[in-house]
Design a binder for this molecule. Structure first.
Ligand code: CTP
Ligand code: MG
Length: 470
């Protein structure tokens, strides 16, 4: 298929039908009206508006996320967002399933089938006088709407669908990728979808995009201020990088996928075929054939917003990786999987899960008088010494008994108390202390049969290659 054919086909699939639009607008308008009523009933003077991708007409068909915002006067105390606002929101959304969410900010989320409703408070303030994280949104909506015509809405949808297809959509910690607003700014700045991919193919580090030219001629300053791999200066706030959530892996993935798509256009980028989850025994055989070891640490999730959970999971993953390396294990790679409800699983592929019982420890050259003496004193009487100290060339060398030969045992031992001293974050350590289960390949099939999503994850993990690369 040619670039044009692929884009036309994708656009057909991601542009909402009239019927979907009607349904989305009907729900949005209904909730907007009820929220306005409920707020005025409790004496909160607010303007209620539809914001986000529904207001901008840039949502992807089948994935509508209706953001209904209440713009409150700055005199409303922050505490009232959690209490008065949330109560009014719950009544306005009565009849829908409701999940209370908060990050820096409380809001109410209602999952409906095929779409999601968000009731969000913010303050109506002048630009720059931000009181809460969501105060910029009405300005974002206005900025984007003023710059989109029908054709450009399509360009935004193509870019969002591409970014989603390659697994880079979302500014949440779990993904570390591109927000919807970021996609809009890129499409607007470069003038379209393909234009954005062409530019991205040639991005250099650090990439600074400054649509309103706030840092014109002072780009170094922007790089200094933001310190992120991708910098897109917010047109409504020169002090904010819209791309601050983008991690370097996701940025690289986007650049690589852009190049590859332009060379070999395909629908795969937008609608990646699901890799069939392999039968667990086949996964085990694959690991055996590679001659490596796989170990998994499973434990219960914590009661916390997803951003907190995933932030702690990634930190724990790195901390445990360091622990393994420090103890002589070769960590080839690692990954995290969680359904956020029942279980979290950290997996490590190791060169070997069991190490030799001896460690070769190289000491100082004999020319260093003091050090040599100290080395001998330390190791001569030690019960860990198995051979030596001996001289190899001009250096002292001693062969010590390895304290922990088995990776599974090491983790059981070091994480049994939660692992705070090896660097596991506090909240997660509570759960690890209570519910940790460490296992090697042998028990992986059991984990797979218990958690279907984990089998899919392991299949992709072992493949270790984006589907669009073949
Ligand atoms: N927003 C932001 N930065 C984020 C997340 C959200 O600035 N990391 C703001 C933007 O103003 C955005 C609004 O919050 O327009 C709503 O967020 P979201 O629903 O994530 O973005 P949409 O533009 O609605 O895109 P979509 O829902 O299609 O993903
Ligand atoms: Mg939205």
């Amino acid at each position: 298929m040619s670039l044009e054919e692929v884009c036309a086909e994708v656009l057909g699939r991601v542009t909402p039908s009239e019927e979907e639009r009607r349904r989305v607008y009907e729900i949005a308008e209904g909730v907007k009206r009820r929220l306005a009523e409920e707020l005025s009933r409790v004496g909160l003077e607010a303007e209620v508006r539809v914001e986000g991708s529904v207001a901008k007409d840039t949502w992807l068909s089948g994935d509508a996320d209706i953001d209904v915002f209440a713009l409150l006067p700055p005199s409303v105390p922050r505490e009232a967002l959690k209490t008065t606002f949330m109560e009014a929101a719950r009544r306005a959304a009565s009849g829908y399933r409701q999940v209370e969410r908060w990050a820096e900010h409380p809001y109410l989320e209602c999952p409906l089938n095929g779409l999601r409703l968000n009731l969000v408070p913010c303050y109506r303030v002048e630009p720059g006088r931000w009181l809460s994280a969501t105060d910029r949104t009405p300005y974002h909506t206005r900025y984007v709407l003023q710059r989109l015509n029908e054709r450009m809405k399509g360009e935004v949808r193509l870019l969002k669908a591409f970014v989603r297809g390659i697994g880079c959509y979302g500014a949440e910690i779990k993904v570390g990728g591109f927000s919807g607003y970021l996609c809009e700014l890129l499409a607007i700045h470069y003038g379209g979808f393909l234009e954005t991919l062409r530019e991205a193919s040639e991005w250099r580090k650090p990439t600074i995009i400054d649509p309103e030219g706030y840092y014109r001629g002072r780009e170094d300053e922007a790089a200094e201020i933001f310190q992120h791999p991708l910098i897109v200066v917010d047109p409504v706030d020169r002090g904010r990088n819209v791309a601050s959530a983008v991690r370097v892996e996701k940025l690289s993935l986007f650049i690589a996928a852009s190049r590859m798509f332009l060379r070999k256009p395909s629908l795969k980028f937008f609608f990646p075929p699901k890799r069939e989850p392999a039968p667990p025994q086949q996964l085990i055989n694959a690991i055996e054939a590679r001659g490596t070891s796989l170990i998994a640490a499973a434990f219960n999730p914590i009661e916390a917003p997803p951003d907190v959970l995933w932030g702690q999971l990634y930190r724990a993953e790195r901390a445990i990786g360091r622990l393994l390396r420090k103890n002589g294990f070769e960590v080839l790679r690692s990954g995290v999987w969680s359904d956020e409800k029942r279980v979290c699983i950290l997996v490590y592929e190791l060169g070997a899960g069991r190490l030799p019982g001896v460690v070769r420890h190289v000491g100082p050259p004999i020319w260093m008088v003091e050090h040599s003496q100290r080395f001998l004193e330390e190791h001569l009487g030690s019960e860990r010494t198995l051979s030596g100290p001996t001289l190899e060339g001009d250096r002292w060398v001693v062969y010590l008994r390895r304290e922990r030969r088995d990776a599974v045992q090491l983790l059981r031992e070091k994480l049994g108390d939660g692992g705070v001293d090896v660097g596991v974050p506090r909240l997660l350590s509570e759960s690890i202390k209570e519910t940790l289960h460490v296992c090697s390949e042998g028990e992986i099939p059991r984990l797979c049969s218990k958690y279907v999503g984990f089998t899919q994850f392991l299949t992709d993990f072992l493949h270790g290659r984006p589907t669009w690369l073949g």
